[in-house]
Design a protein around this ligand. Sequence first.
Ligand code: OGA
Ligand code: NI
Length: 344
Amino acid sequence: MGLDPKDGGFPMVQDLVESGIDEVPQRFVKPAEERSFSAARTEDDEVPVIHVAELDTAEGIAKLDSACRDWGFFQLIGHGIPPELLKQVRKTVRDFFRLPREQREAYAIRSDAPSLASQEGYGRFFVPSEETVLDWGDSVYHFLPPIRNWPRNPPEYRKVVEEYGQEIRPLAIKLLQCMAEALGQRASFFSEAFGPSPHYAIRLNYYPPCPQPELVIGLSPHSDLVGLTVLLQDEVEGLQVKKGGQWRSVRSIPDAFVVNVGDTVEILTNGAYKSVEHRAVVNKECSRISIATIYGPGRDRKLKPITSEEMPPLYKEISMAELLEAFLSGELNGKGHLQFVRIV
Ligand code: OGA
Ligand code: NI
């Protein structure tokens, strides 16, 4: 790792931290104007919390609908995924990132992957150019299922990550059915739009502690490209969501999922449901992990917004492959890539 010319051969963040630095290398220092990392936390205006049982009621569906319109985010509780599995997956992620460097590097993203979009493995999330300021975080990305090139260590890695992926998929499908219902569409609206081979992937994020957290960002502001992201975090907070031009911290609720709408759902719903910018900040004292499962349209799918006479299309028809291209060719800068799709 660290051999990609675009990242200047920088070691992974974890290895930097383990080498005992007390100053952040320049390549990670965000420009001053992007460096306001604090966020508001207003108890009466935070990411909505939805219990799965509420989704059986009209009020619950209405709550889901306004969460997707106003926030693009909600926290899901009462989801029934065994707490033991959530504990195991968090532990497995921590154990992987604790391995000696050579063992982690055995699963490094292969530089001969046919395209950026097909890259899997351990590495940096996003380095489009040599000028990119690096994020203070390392990650592993896998397509599911089954996972390929899985780490042999920790020994339970494959079993736990696959089992977790198997549990999340039906939950994502159920949420999408409820969203379709809320929109007045048939329940299968999103599964039809995503096609017979949906994109399903998992990203394990690791944010080491940082000696100067005020200079860096764990994960730069972005919107999620795909359809629906289901994120599991632990008790260390760091996720922030933008609402009304302001960053808001997302509270850590034990075993809850943070669910958010991705760009393809924004396009398919013609902007009714918002793919909202978010970022992750880091701290000085402790490392943070998060586990993102990502579900959405297959590569060959054409995305076509729902329209009506009163609501003409706000987005051009685009294929998933083209959208992916636009996303990967730019910097991770909020929702910039969506401007190619918007009809002005
Ligand atoms: C992501 C993401 C946030 C976090 O992986 O897309 O936004 O808190 N993660 O790690
Ligand atoms: Ni994200």
